[in-house]
Design a protein around this ligand. Structure first.
Ligand code: GLC
Ligand code: GLC
Length: 650
């Protein structure tokens, strides 16, 4: 019998054996009959692929069947405990599986502690989020974490306990529901590549419990670490060289891809997979609509490789996806893979991560802003933007992390750019070392061995507002604001979910005070994680201030986007502009079309009428941004950093 015949038969046989036991456990735990029917139906639908994935990952373990049974019982219980409002949301979103492709989708991200202190206080800002048009709110890691340096919460000590300084888990669940009522879906991180060294599992490992030692990668001497390090990339080279940390208390080397207190989990162990699946379902039942899967490339290790983007990493995420479909059907995954564009794409599918950060667009928008030319951006997008149906990009301009110059070297060469030299230039430009640069960024993780570096800085500081405000020159301030609005106009119109880092909407500049805090001083990313910019928010309706101008323009664009059905979903074609400073693309949904043109230079740029006739949705056009009629029979002159969204004249 062939493999493709054998596996479905094995799957069916296993399910037939398992179901009665799972149903029994479900009933014993007080589950009701209607819930069981719904659960069984979805399980039968997802089972063939879940079984095949788990068989591939763990089938050779002698206790495979035991793990399957325990997993199914945990899934069934989680479903029966799922709050009613979430079951209702499951039904609504299952019936409208493209809900997140709407032109009304708008994301925001913030650190609760830095924005307003506590979960309770955050509720007071819901009207502000509504004013901005947010429908998606990512709260940065807020669970229990070690005191002092905890990598901004990415070292999680418990996935079930909110950091007591921020609030309680009950408050988080209540907030999720309150946000939902305000039309905002809650997004939280699923930091599943590693735990902190203070997590219960790590503590037990430290105490010598062999079951928990198998949760991590522990080595008695340098033999294996040396063997792995021959092919590993260093992620935080200025923090610590290599990817392993010596623990004198255990007399062991521990695998720590990131900081020394972040211990990588060993997913080759089915107990780890099962334990993290339970944490995932716990988060789902709190009311999380989207889980941001942190550091996905790193979750599977294979000797002789860079231990990034291994096939098993995909299988693990797909298995989590299948589990979610059964036990928390509305839950979506967002991939955080900040790697080569081909690898970023490999995580995106309805069966893996439906959403993904778009680091390529992010990096190349900054690249275009620095060079005033769009050739690399246009070329890269022309063949790297399209996603499978049912998936969407999260388009952002900066995050809580650094900006790395991710683009494909061959894409660069194809447009006459030397990739290595260009990355050096971009680092110099954005750290202000390049003469004439408008940017005020800081280097992050400069690696003396490889010459690599990344950049930290807020959107406003990188786009020139900090320098301009310092100079007091109204012309420079105006130019910086235009750059900021231009960048946003692209993520608002190009297709996918735009994501705003809260603070950027009022032009928040760098906060250099992190250097006085010893737990942050070594990590320049804190320069762009400032506390709430209350002054900026207070001035948001005052067009005489930079904050007011930026806020006013953004809110106007966000509302405009929400009124244009052509901007839903992700169909986008890059088209010729015949002007190297102008990015041009066509958005369409159904019969609706919008032609977007964006000038990345500080000089006026002409666009020939024949291009407008060729790509525009008609001859008589209307720029909905400037509210101005445009004739495709004439040359269109774009002002410095101007962009137009051209629709037919109705
Ligand atoms: C992700 C986070 C980053 C963190 C790392 C380790 O990349 O975005 O902030 O340092 O994972 O968790
Ligand atoms: C690296 C990793 C990325 C992480 C970042 C943190 O770029 O690939 O996952 O977010 O480092 O700085």
């Amino acid at each position: 019998m062939h493999e493709w015949e054998r596996i479905p038969r094995e799957a069916a046989r296993s399910l037939a054996r398992l179901l009665p036991r799972v149903e029994q456990a479900f009933a014993a735990a007080g589950g009701n009959a209607a819930d069981w029917v719904a659960f069984e139906q979805r399980l039968r639908r997802e089972w063939p692929r879940l079984f095949e994935l788990l068989l591939g990952l763990y089938g050779s373990q002698y206790d495979f069947f035991y793990h399957l049974e325990q997993l199914l019982i945990a899934m069934a219980q989680s479903w029966s405990e799922r709050p009613l409002w979430l079951k209702q949301r499951d039904a609504v979103r299952e019936a409208d599986s493209e809900w997140f492709q709407s032109e009304r989708m708008m994301g925001g991200v913030l650190y609760v502690d830095r924005f307003c202190g506590t979960l309770n206080r955050l509720r007071e800002f819901i009207p502000y989020f509504n004013e901005l048009g947010l429908t998606y709110l990512h709260l940065m890691p807020l669970f229990a974490a070690p005191e002092g340096n905890n990598d901004g919460g990415y070292a999680v000590s418990s996935y079930r306990e909110v950091n007591p300084q921020i609030g309680t888990t009950a408050e988080l669940a209540a907030l999720a529901q309150e946000l939902d009522r305000a039309g905002i879906s809650l997004v939280l991180d699923f930091v599943f590549n590693h735990t902190s060294d203070e997590h219960e599992w790590a503590r037990r490992a430290q105490a010598g419990d062999p079951d928990y030692q198998e949760f991590y990668f522990l080595f008695p001497d340098r033999t294996m670490p040396d063997a792995y390090e021959r092919t590993l990339r260093e992620i935080f080279p200025t923090v610590r060289r290599g990817s392993f940390t010596w623990r004198p208390d255990m007399q062991r080397w521990v695998w720590t891809t990131f900081n020394s207190f972040q211990w990588d989990l060993n997913y080759a162990n089915p107990a780890v997979f099962r334990a993290m699946a339970a944490e995932m379902l716990f988060l789902a039942n709190l009311g999380v609509a989207v889980l941001r899967l942190d550091a996905v490339p790193f979750i599977w290790k294979r000797l002789g490789t860079n231990c990034e983007n291994q096939p098993e990493a995909h299988q693990i995420i797909q298995a989590f996806n299948a589990i979610a479909r059964v036990a928390a059907p509305a839950l979506l995954f967002k991939s955080e893979a900040i790697v080569h564009p081909d690898d970023v794409l490999s995580y995106i599918s309805p069966h893996e991560c439906q959403l993904s950060y778009n680091p390529l667009l992010m990096a190349l928008l900054w690249e275009s802003l620095a060079t005033r030319e769009v050739k690399l951006l246009a070329h890269s997008l022309s063949h790297r933007f399209r996603l499978p149906a049912g998936c969407a990009w999260i388009n952002y301009l900066r995050s809580h992390d650094d900006i790395g110059w991710t683009f494909d070297d061959n894409d660069a060469r194809a447009v006459g750019i030397d990739p290595w030299g260009h990355r050096q230039f971009l680092n110099a430009f954005y750290t202000g070392r390049f003469t004439g640069s408008f940017a005020r960024g800081l280097p992050f993780q400069e690696n003396p061995d490889t010459g690599d570096a990344r950049v930290s800085g807020t959107l406003a500081s990188l786009a020139g507002l900090e320098q301009a405000l310092g100079s007091g020159d109204p012309q420079m301030i105006d130019t910086a604001i235009r750059r900021i609005v231009l960048l946003h106009s692209v993520i608002l119109s190009i297709g996918g979910i735009p994501l705003l880092y809260l603070g950027d909407e009022v032009g928040t500049v760098n906060d250099y005070s992190y250097v006085t805090d010893p737990s942050k001083a070594v990590d320049s990313r804190w320069v762009h994680r400032p506390t709430r910019n209350q002054a900026g928010m207070d001035h948001r309706h005052d067009p005489a201030t930079a904050s007011g101008r930026i806020f006013g323009e953004l809110v106007r664009l966000i509302r405009l986007r929400a009124s244009l059905p052509a901007l839903r979903d992700g169909a986008m074609d890059v088209v010729r502009s015949d002007n190297r400073h102008v990015l041009a693309y066509v958005r369409r949904a159904g019969s609706q079309r919008v032609l977007v043109l964006a000038n990345f230079s500080e000089y006026p740029q002409p666009i020939a009428g024949n291009l407008l006739r060729m790509y525009g949705p008609g001859v008589e056009l209307f720029d909905v941004v400037a509210e101005r009629a445009i004739s495709a029979n004439e040359v269109l002159v774009l002002q410095p950093y101007q962009f137009v969204w051209l629709t037919p004249v109705w």
